[in-house]
Design a binder for this molecule. Structure first.
Ligand code: SF4
Length: 437
C-alpha cells in the first residue's frame, strides 16, 4: 500500500472517516482491493472510477439553510403535483444505496409515482429485465466464475477499458484457458493485452441475427455456419465445460434490444441443453447499485421493471411508459439537466454538490446537492453478482444525506397532505404557469 495525499480527489488524511472501508463505489464491481492513497482507494487506473470522481467532485456544499429551502421547495411542488394528479417519475435509483432505494420507493407509494431506471427513461423498459421475467437466466457469482470457468466470453463488454480490476481477475493475465470478446467493429484493443484473434467484430445492429445464427449452429451439429465469426463463437461454446458469458451495458447502435435480450437468453439455454457443459451469464454494470434496485423492486413488486407505485400496490406497464408522459421528474445522480428534460416537465435533480452553480434553481428546476455514496455518504451497496457490501463515507459529509432528504420530503408531504385544499386554486395556477416556463 502507498501513502500520500491524493490531490486529484481533493481528499486529505484529516478528512477521511476513521472507520472507512476502502471500497470504490464507482460501479457495480465495488473493488475493495485497490491500493490506498491517504486511506482512499487509488482510482487512477480505471476509467469508470475517474468518471465517478469527476462527477462526485470535491464537494462544493450549500449552507444548511439553503439546502433546507430547496428541500422545502421540492416538497411543496411535489405536493401540488400530487394534489392535481400529475404523473411523477423517480429516475436513477440504481445509482443510490439500498437504504435510499427503499425510502424512495416508499415515497413513490405516497406520490403514486413511477420508478424508472436511467437507461429506460427515454425508452420505456429494460429488455434484460423483460427477458429475465419471461425466460429466466442462468447466473453465477463472480467467485464461481473465477474459480470454475475454463472460458470467458465478453459480450459487448470492453472491460479492459472500463473495468480493469475485473479484467485482472478474469482477463488475459488470469489463467483462463480461453477468452473471446464480441465487440463493435470500431472497438480499440490498444495496450490491453488482447489480440485480434480473441475478438469477433459484430455490428451491434446485426447482433440479434448473430445470436440466432450461433444458436442454430449449436442446435444442428452437422450444419456449419458460413460465417467465420459464428463458427468461432460456436467453437468456444463446444470446447468449454464451464463457460461464463459476461455482458456490459448495451452498446450504441443496438437494434431491437428486446429481441437481442431474448436471443441471448435462448442461446444460453440452448448451450446448456446440448453437450455436457455449464454456461452462465452475468452483467458487469456501470452503476453502483443496479443489483440493489433489482432486489428492492423484486421484493416490493415481484418484478424488476418500470413500475407505478400506489397505496393500492404496484402496477406494471412494461413498454408503455416514457419520459414524455411525466409531468414531474425527480432525478437521482443521473447527470440529466434541464435541457435533457422535455419542455413543460417539472424537474428536481438530486446530485453531487459540485454539479450545481449558485443559480441552479430555475423556474422549473430545483437542484438539491447531496453526498455521493462511498465518498461523502455511507450506505449498503449490492455488488453486481449479489454480494452485499456496507460502504462507509471516506470523507466528512458536507451536505445532507439522501436518506435524510427523502424522509424530510415524505414527512412534509404527509404533514401537509390534508391542508392543500384551501390553497388548491393558487397551487394549480402556479404549477401550470411554472411548468410552461
Ligand atoms: S472497476 Fe468499478 S469499482 Fe473497480 S475501480 Fe473501477 S469503477 Fe471502481
Amino acid at each position: 500500500m502507498t501513502t500520500g495525499e491524493d490531490s486529484s480527489s481533493g481528499m486529505t488524511a484529516s478528512s477521511i472517516h476513521p472507520g472507512a472501508v476502502p471500497v470504490c463505489a464507482g460501479c457495480g464491481c465495488l473493488c475493495h482491493d485497490l491500493e490506498l492513497l491517504s486511506g482512499v482507494p487509488d482510482f487512477r487506473n480505471c476509467e469508470l472510477a475517474r468518471n465517478f470522481m469527476r462527477r462526485a467532485g470535491s464537494g462544493i456544499s450549500r449552507t444548511q439553510d439553503d439546502s433546507n429551502d430547496r428541500i422545502a421547495m421540492a416538497a411543496s411542488q411535489l405536493r401540488d403535483a400530487l394534489h392535481f394528479g400529475r404523473s411523477i417519475a423517480l429516475v436513477g435509483l440504481e445509482h443510490t444505496a439500498w437504504e435510499v432505494q427503499k425510502a424512495a420507493i416508499a415515497l413513490a407509494e405516497d406520490l403514486g409515482a413511477w420508478v424508472v431506471r436511467e437507461p429506460e427513461f427515454q425508452g420505456g423498459g429494460s429488455p434484460w429485465a423483460a427477458s429475465f421475467a419471461q425466460k429466466g437466466c442462468t447466473a453465477a457469482s463472480w467467485g464461481e466464475i473465477r474459480l470454475r470457468s475454463d472460458a470467458v466470453v465478453l459480450w459487448y463488454a470492453p472491460l479492459w477499458h472500463t473495468h480493469p480490476h475485473w479484467m485482472e481477475r478474469f482477463g488475459p493475465a488470469s489463467s483462463r484457458a480461453h477468452r473471446l470478446a464480441v465487440v463493435s467493429p470500431d472497438s480499440s484493443l490498444a495496450s490491453v493485452g488482447w489480440i485480434e484473434d480473441q475478438m469477433i467484430r459484430v455490428d451491434p445492429g446485426q447482433s440479434n441475427a448473430f445470436l440466432r445464427a450461433v444458436r442454430a449452429s449449436l442446435k444442428d451439429d452437422l450444419q456449419e455456419s458460413p460465417d467465420a465469426s459464428v463458427r468461432r463463437f460456436v467453437h468456444t461454446v463446444r470446447n468449454s465445460h464451464w463457460l461464463a458469458i459476461v455482458r456490459g451495458d448495451d452498446p450504441p447502435g443496438l437494434a431491437d434490444a428486446f429481441g437481442v435480450a431474448e436471443s441471448f437468453a435462448d442461446l444460453v439455454a440452448e448451450a446448456n441443453s446440448t453437450g455436457d457443459r455449464r454456461v452462465v451469464s452475468t452483467h458487469v454494470p456501470s452503476e453502483i447499485n443496479a443489483a440493489g434496485l433489482d432486489a428492492v423492486l423484486s421484493i416490493r413488486a415481484g418484478l424488476s421493471t418500470p413500475m407505478r407505485f400506489t397505496a393500492d400496490g404496484p402496477a406494471r406497464a412494461l413498454g408503455e411508459w416514457s419520459a414524455d408522459k411525466a409531468d414531474f421528474v425527480v432525478s437521482f445522480y443521473t447527470g440529466l439537466s434541464e435541457e435533457d428534460i422535455p419542455a413543460g416537465i417539472r424537474f428536481v435533480t438530486v446530485d453531487a454538490a459540485d454539479r450545481f452553480g449558485p443559480d441552479s434553481n430555475s423556474g422549473r428546476t430545483i437542484s438539491i446537492p447531496v453526498g455521493t455514496c462511498g465518498l461523502g455518504a455511507s450506505g449498503t451497496l449490492i455488488r453486481g453478482d449479489g454480494v452485499v457490501v456496507p460502504v462507509r463515507n471516506v470523507r466528512k459529509a458536507s451536505d445532507p444525506d439522501l436518506l435524510t432528504i427523502l424522509h424530510a420530503l415524505r414527512n412534509a408531504l404527509r404533514a401537509k397532505g390534508d391542508s392543500n385544499s384551501a390553497e388548491s386554486g393558487d397551487a394549480n395556477a402556479r404549477f401550470g404557469a411554472e411548468a410552461a416556463q
